[in-house]
Ligand binder design. Sequence first.
Ligand code: PLP
Length: 280
Amino acid sequence: SEVYLNDSWHPAGEAMVSVFDRGFMFGDGLYEVTPFYEGKPFKLQEHLARLRYGLREIKLSFETNDLENLIFKALDRAGLSNIDCAVYLQVTRGKAPRTHHFPQQTSPTFLMYAFPVQLKGFRQMEASIMLAPDFRWQRCDIKSISLMANTMLNSEAIEKGHFENVLFRDEKITEGSHSSIFFVKDQKAYTHPEGPHILSGITRKVVIGLCKELGIPVVGEAVSLQEVPEADEIFLTGTTTQILPVTSVLHDDEEIYKSSEAGKITVRLQDAFHQMTRGL
Ligand code: PLP
């Protein structure tokens, strides 16, 4: 398979980045994963807008105007134009002598590749999750490639047999290590408000829109740790996760929430999401 690096295509095994790249040395960069349903882009502009937001926040100047065309070329070259797949994009600040401050002039390193992804069948799935303190930084709105905390936290969940580690800060549930979370209580959907403590998930925004269409009130308020056991329904959202019902929640190795099946509102949202992405 091929990757696009800086301004050309390379066999994946032959693409090279400097050891002095700030992405390698500092994790000084951003990424996006943007989905394609049978080759059709889903919320591509939203993913590019989030990338531009991040670039502004980290003061990295990088031209994004040509990205859309390049992304389609990546699908085409990978032979993925008709199947479920995703494109990974990464921009780092590029190569420079190692200093903590941002160097004056660097040329950013841009990496992109397309890969097949399993997007079908999400309506048949459910997950158990665990809860843990959110020890990430205070700028979770930036989709940074520095994912040490996220990978540590998710690995703990996987080791314990769970799909995701969902995090709390000051007793308030924020989001998962690589997903957003919704709680349903008394027919209303609760999601942590946007801000520095969560990523502005694209799927989260889609689900908020679907709730509005379906007449499900959305409350932009964080759910507290103490409220989790009383939730009527819980589900995760994310680009590859889509809408995933949570049927078990563990905190300190104790099951504090259990449900025998996906909730009614979760299933309505899944059906609406399926229709939106598949046009069925
Ligand atoms: N929160 C975090 C920390 C994530 O890493 C992700 C996705 O990777 C999400 C939420 C879900 O965001 P999206 O729906 O844009 O994929």
